[in-house]
Design a protein around this ligand. Structure first.
Ligand code: AMP
Length: 170
């Protein structure tokens, strides 16, 4: 099935000049949802992934079913102030200003094999911060998987030598 046909492209959201890839139109379609999870998880089947990490908030929607399919656990990385126990924080630069992500300090065990999942790889700042959090806890980052990769923004450059997989490229 052609997943791109189900993704709605919304110009000038959330601000002028951004073409927003809206996956809600893909996820509402039962076959689209099933194919999305299948294609995100397939390359990692049998690779010994212990935990899948989803980045708030669309990474939660995709990451939890991928984890279940791989027989792995699921861990959320969240915006600051949302996680209740002790956290680690990583700040990163946005186009204007800074943002940060947090993970529970005891979420990843030393040496656990980790897969990070998010919907879109754009500039790579978000994913690089998530990768830094995993590594600060001693996790073994196997790969980062995205439904959509925006090639022109070269997010891969921010992710160094990491193993990166994307289902769809624009
Ligand atoms: P970045 O840190 O630039 O790689 O941005 C990645 C995050 O922003 C992802 O979590 C996406 O959900 C979101 N994002 C960035 N650009 C877009 C876009 N054009 N359409 C939809 N989501 C986007």
């Amino acid at each position: 099935m052609d997943l791109k046909k189900h993704i709605r492209e919304v110009p000038d959201f959330p601000k002028t000049g951004i073409l927003f890839y809206d996956i809600t139109t893909l996820l509402r379609d039962p076959a689209g949802l099933a194919a999305t999870i299948e294609q995100l998880a397939a390359p990692f089947s049998g690779k010994g992934i212990d935990v899948v990490i989803g980045i708030e908030s669309r990474g939660f929607i995709l990451g939890a079913p991928v984890a279940e399919r791989l027989g792995a656990g699921f861990i959320p990385i969240r915006k600051p102030g949302k996680l209740p126990a002790e956290t680690r924080t990583e700040s990163y630069n946005l186009e204007y200003g800074q943002d940060a992500l947090q993970i529970h300090a005891d979420a990843v065990d030393n040496g656990q094999c980790v897969l990070i999942v998010d919907d879109v790889l754009a500039t790579g700042g978000t994913a690089a911060a998530a990768a830094a959090l995993v590594q600060s806890l001693g996790g073994d980052l196997h790969a980062l998987a995205f439904l959509i990769e925006l090639k022109g923004l070269d997010g891969r450059a921010k992710l160094g030598g990491q193993n990166i997989f994307s289902v769809l490229q624009y």
